[in-house]
Each structure stands twice: as structure tokens, then as C-alpha cells.
Ligand binder design. Structure first.
Ligand SMILES: Nc1nc2c(c(=O)[nH]1)N[C@H]1C(S)=C(S)[C@@H](COP(=O)(O)OP(=O)(O)OC[C@H]3O[C@@H](n4cnc5c(N)ncnc54)[C@H](O)[C@@H]3O)O[C@H]1N2
Ligand code: MOO
Length: 504
């Protein structure tokens, strides 16, 4: 073990000594088994995980795959609203209807090159000025892009034309400027262009009313461009789930250096952008301190589809999330997950229908909660509206596949699976297989819980990173993925599933 690794290991051991107030803690914890406090023998606690009696809660402690599936199913229940918005506001949303061309593309026969529109075999007598420039004269002149209804071209004639200009009626081909020569108002070419050369015929790309993209397609900059080219000024889109982030903890500072026992808020700057990266529209990130009433009021009054809290999920005196959910009569769908770090994470349905993901306060534990609960919830949101609302439109054509369901290139040493490894089937919420990779170093496991371990791609596999304790972000900040290490651990060379980070 290198000096750095030893330091790392000590940090992890100390971390767990400092953080965990768990009576069952075992003495044999090592760096590899970091975060390894046992839960019940079957990974289930049966009651609210903190031992408080919340008899009206349906406490649900799940293993890691089940927790993801529950989150995905919850997301699939969402009934997204659609609205018709100007193109400039559509970026990042999903199409609520197929993108339908309002025009032929091109809308008219178009020159693909700068040169001359010619009619018949050459040589051709030139109409308009010899250099093709507009001289303001009333007679025939060159044809520029943007000109309407150019004069017809007679057989044996030619006229200067610019790329993108409408070809005059009677044109049989466009001769590129580098292929012809004009002398004494006659255009000659060593080789006559074939019929139709360098003319983009009307409707070459699409006809009016053609479906160019299916409903559910993510609106990217290229989609905006296509929509504009096809004549649209607005697009029907599904609203992304609206998310609100509530950062809990009186000990947090929003600027400057840690002092007086207080620490910098590492989650406020991180959670909102992370949610955006997996499909949410973050409407606010608010700091609430450790104020139980403020939390209750925020949850009761939220207009978001998803509330994400950070901290306050455990059993400490100021851990207010469970009591607030209890007082509101929220339904706990996931109440603790057999995963390290992050086991106190939770998922609830608020009485108004919004979901709440409670992320543990330790920063890497919060990332574990984002990947385990928030991402499956958001990614499984339906791609098409289930009911028609004003401005909304028909369902996706059956059998069409949103483009981002396509596997993309995987790094060396990573095989199989689907991009991001998140649930893709909104009807069933079933998680799709994750890509896998071989561990280049052994990872010690928890006896019963799954471990999520930041890794970096390294040649033929993935290498676990140092500085990956529950309170640390130094490792994950350089990671390409989190390896899913099953209970019992992963030997060198064994294949483990990967949770890819949304921006990798
Ligand atoms: N009796 C038990 N105590 C704890 C358990 C347990 O099972 N039984 N689990 C431990 C584990 S594991 C975690 S993770 C934490 C989760 O605690 P909370 O979600 O209640 O989070 P806090 O207590 O508010 O904070 C924990 C830790 O994280 C720091 N923190 C919180 N928010 C932020 C932030 N925005 N930026 C940076 N750091 C943050 C906070 O200062 C604490 O150090 O509970 C253990 N306890
Ligand atoms: O081990 Mo806790 O779950 O730090 O995250």
C-alpha cells in the first residue's frame, strides 16, 4: 500500500468512526469496506430506518436494484404537460408531437453552387452583366439567393447564379464558376454539365407534411435548426420535470473558508446542475438551514414535480426530513437503501403528487442518492403525453425509438448496455442493463450492501479511485463512472456494472 493509499485508508476509517453512531459497527472495517455498518440480516430494517416510530409511514428499506426500479416506476407515473413554445424556448425539452414539415425542403429548385444557370447544351449566350454583379440596371441580371421568380431562361442562354438562389424556369443545369469561361458574352465549358447538375430539386429533403422526427425526441440545437428550416416558429414540447433543491444544514457556508466548525456547502452548487444534466428543469436551489418549520412549509407549498433535499435524512437531533414527511402524511416509497455510501437516502410521494428525493448530507452519499433514485426517476419520465392538453398532440408513432436510446461508443474496456444505464422503458420502469467493465484492482465489499465506487477508465478496464470516502468529492471529480460492486466485493478481473456520470 502506498503512502497515499494508507492516508486514504486512514481517512476512510476515521471518517466512519467520526460519522457513524451505529451500535452494530464492526471492528474490522478497512478502506475497502468503508461505510460497512451492517443493517438487518436480510438488508431490511422493517421500520423507519432511524428507529423513530413513524407508524403511519410505510417504511421501505430496499436493496439497491429494487430501489432503482421503484424510483423508475415512480418517474414513469408522471403525466407530463405539454405546451407550444417559441423555438427559442424549446431547447432541452422533448417533442410532444412528431416534427412535421410545413414546407417542401428545399421549397424550390435551388442552385447548389456559384456559377451559371444554363439551358440546353453550350455554348450559351449570357443574359445580364458579364461579371454577374448587380449593376442596378433594369435588364436581366444574375440571380442571387433570396430573389423571387427569376425570369425564364431561354434555350441556349445562361445567367449568373449564386448558391442557394432559385433556378430560373428552363434551367437544365448549373455550371460551376470554375468550370466555365465567359468571353464576349458567350459562356463556354470544356465539358457540358449533365442534366440537373448542381441543382437541388424541390422537396429533395422532405415534402410538406412529412414527419421528420418522432414525438419524444430531445430538442437539440440541430433539431431547432431543422424545425426552423421546415418552416416552424414554435414547437409542441413536454415540460421537463420541474425540480426544486432544498439544502438543509445550519453548519453550511455559501462562501469563504470553513471556520468555527462550519463547512462549505458542496451540494448547493452540485445538485441543481446534476439534475439538469439528467433531464430536470431546476426552478430553485434554496438554503433552509435546520429549520423544521421552514422545511415543512417548503414541502407543503412546493409547485415542483420533484423536491430534492440534501442532509437531514439520518437520526440526528436536527435531521428533519422524516418528521416533516410524517407530518405531511407523505408516502415513503424508499426509506433507506442497502448501498454504501448513501444508505439513508429516501424517496417519498408528497400529498400533492410531487416526489421527494432525500439525499444524505455526506457529499459522495448525496451523489449515490442522485444516481440511485433521482436519475432513474427523471429518466423514466414518459416521453409522450398521456392526455391531450391545449397545444398538445398525438402520441409517438408506435415503435419509434427516441434517438438517445441508441447505445453510443463505449470507452475501451467497457462492454454492452445502454447509454447511462438508466431505465428507459417508461411504461414498465424496468431498468435496462448497465454497461460493464473489468475491475483492474480488487474492491472490498460490504457484507450485505452494494457499494458504489468512483472509477476511471484505464485501458482494458476500470480502476477504483482514491479519496472516495462518503464525505469526499476528490475522487469522483475525476471519475468517469461509479462501479456497482455487489455485496461481498469485486475481485480483480471481475466484471462490474457501471453507472456513467451524465457528462462523460
Ligand atoms: N445514528 C446514525 N447516524 C448516522 C447514520 C446512521 O445510519 N445512523 N448514517 C450516517 C450516514 S452513512 C450518513 S450519509 C449521514 C447522513 O446524514 P444526513 O443526511 O442526516 O446529513 P447531515 O447529518 O445533515 O450531514 C451529514 C454530513 O454531511 C455534511 N453535509 C451536509 N450537507 C452538506 C452540504 N450541503 N455540503 C457539504 N457537506 C454537507 C454535514 O456537515 C455532515 O458532516 O448520517 C450518518 N449518521
Ligand atoms: O456512508 Mo453514508 O451512507 O456516508 O453515505
Amino acid at each position: 500500500m502506498s503512502g497515499d493509499e494508507l492516508a486514504d485508508a486512514l481517512a476512510l476509517v476515521n471518517d466512519h468512526r467520526g460519522d457513524h453512531r451505529d451500535d452494530h459497527r464492526t471492528a474490522d472495517r478497512t478502506a475497502g469496506a468503508a461505510g460497512a455498518e451492517p443493517s438487518g440480516p436480510d438488508g431490511s430494517r422493517g421500520t423507519a430506518h432511524d428507529g423513530r416510530s413513524h407508524s403511519t409511514h410505510r417504511a421501505r428499506h430496499h436493496d439497491w436494484p429494487t430501489a432503482r426500479a421503484v424510483a423508475a416506476r415512480a418517474g414513469a407515473e408522471r403525466r407530463p404537460e405539454s405546451a407550444t413554445v417559441p423555438l427559442a424556448e424549446a431547447l432541452g425539452h422533448r417533442l410532444a408531437a412528431p416534427l412535421t414539415a410545413l414546407t417542401d425542403l428545399p421549397a424550390f429548385d435551388t442552385s447548389a453552387m456559384d456559377g451559371w444557370a444554363v439551358s440546353g447544351p453550350g455554348p450559351w449566350e449570357l443574359d445580364g452583366p458579364e461579371d454577374g454583379r448587380h449593376d442596378g440596371s433594369p435588364g436581366p441580371s444574375g440571380v442571387l439567393a433570396g430573389h423571387d421568380a427569376p425570369a425564364p431562361l431561354l434555350d441556349g442562354h445562361a445567367v449568373r447564379i449564386a448558391t442557394g438562389a432559385r433556378v430560373p424556369p428552363g434551367t437544365t443545369a448549373v455550371l460551376r464558376s470554375e468550370y466555365g469561361e465567359v468571353r464576349d458574352r458567350w459562356l463556354r465549358a470544356p465539358r457540358a454539365p449533365h442534366h440537373g447538375a448542381d441543382i437541388r430539386p424541390r422537396a429533395q429533403e422532405c415534402r410538406r407534411d412529412d414527419h421528420l422526427l418522432p414525438a419524444g425526441t430531445a430538442v437539440t440545437p440541430a433539431v431547432l435548426g431543422l424545425a426552423a428550416a421546415a418552416g416552424l416558429d414554435e414547437l409542441p414540447v413536454l415540460h421537463r420535470p420541474r425540480a426544486e433543491v432544498l439544502v438543509l444544514g445550519d453548519e453550511l457556508l455559501s462562501s469563504g473558508l470553513p471556520e468555527g466548525g462550519r463547512v462549505r456547502d458542496a451540494l448547493g452548487p452540485m445538485v441543481g446542475p446534476w439534475l439538469e444534466a439528467v433531464g430536470a428543469e431546476v426552478v430553485a436551489t434554496r438554503r433552509l438551514g435546520d429549520d423544521a418549520d421552514a422545511l415543512l412549509a417548503a414541502l407543503a407549498g412546493t409547485t415542483a414535480d420533484l423536491v430534492v433535499t440534501t442532509g437531514g435524512t439520518a437520526a440526528g437531533p436536527v435531521d428533519h426530513v422524516h418528521p416533516a414527511l410524517h407530518r405531511l402524511g407523505a408516502e415513503l416509497l424508499v426509506d433507506g437503501v442497502a448501498v454504501r455510501p448513501g444508505h439513508p437516502m429516501l424517496l417519498a410521494r408528497l400529498p400533492g403528487g410531487a416526489h421527494l428525493v432525500g439525499l444524505p448530507g455526506n457529499p459522495l452519499a448525496a451523489i449515490s442518492g442522485l444516481l440511485t433514485l433521482a436519475e432513474p426517476l427523471l429518466r423514466s419520465s414518459p416521453r409522450v403525453p398521456s392526455r391531450t392538453s391545449p397545444g398538445a398532440v398525438p402520441r409517438a408513432t408506435p415503435g419509434t425509438t427516441p434517438p438517445d436510446d441508441v447505445s453510443h461508443d463505449l470507452p475501451d474496456g467497457v462492454s454492452g448496455g445502454v447509454s447511462g444505464g438508466v431505465p428507459r422503458d417508461p411504461r414498465h420502469g424496468a431498468p435496462v442493463p448497465l454497461p460493464t467493465a473489468r475491475l483492474l484492482d480488487e474492491v472490498q465489499g460490504h457484507p450485505r450492501d452494494t457499494r458504489l465506487v468512483p472509477v476511471v477508465h484505464d485501458g482494458r478496464g476500470v480502476r477504483p479511485l482514491r479519496f472516495s470516502g462518503p464525505a469526499m468529492l476528490r475522487g469522483v471529480a475525476t471519475a468517469g463512472a461509479l462501479a456497482v460492486v455487489p455485496p461481498g466485493g469485486g475481485a480483480t478481473g471481475s466484471a462490474v456494472p457501471l453507472l456513467r456520470l451524465p457528462w462523460v
